[in-house]
Design a protein around this ligand. Structure first.
Ligand code: THU
Length: 135
């Protein structure tokens, strides 16, 4: 099955979710062009607004890895109850750093069925910073 390893990585990452408040456990796994998988899970705070989604945890881990080649992302798998789509904040960051990625949404309750989309479909006409003045 295509991306089965990536889907399993997202499901495994979900097991590491720290979501004591919402109890909505999410896992995400990014695939790089060179075949690396970097995963993450949501982390919540008692000050709720400080919580961070699984997608951003995975992305920030990947972007700050010492291996610069891990910046070309071809896919992201996201596992959650019901197979939720990424929030607006995550869409913005994914559009900037993983704009070419296929987005695979997995329902953790029935992981054999998943849907596939793209970042350009999830966030059309994204602001990528291209219009910013040169520094
Ligand atoms: N969450 C994610 O990690 N990813 C999503 O795509 C949607 C929401 C998290 C944030 C919070 O910890 C919990 O799910 C409930 O919103």
């Amino acid at each position: 099955m295509p991306h089965s390893k990536l889907i399993h990585a997202a499901l495994a990452a979900r097991e590491q979710s720290v979501a004591p408040y919402s109890k909505f456990n999410v896992g995400a796994a990014l695939l790089t062009a060179s075949g690396e998988i970097i995963s993450g899970a949501n982390v919540e705070s008692a000050s709720y607004g400080l919580s961070c989604c699984a997608e951003r945890v995975a992305l920030f881990k990947a972007l700050t890895d010492e291996s610069k080649y891990q910046r070309n992302f071809t896919a992201i798998a996201i596992a959650s109850p019901g197979g939720a789509a990424p929030c607006g904040a995550c869409r913005q960051l994914l559009a900037e750093y993983a704009g070419e990625a296929e987005v695979i949404l997995i329902n953790s309750g029935s992981p054999e069925s998943h849907t596939s989309s793209t970042m350009s479909a999830l966030l059309p006409n994204a602001f990528t910073g291209d219009d910013l003045p040169e520094s």
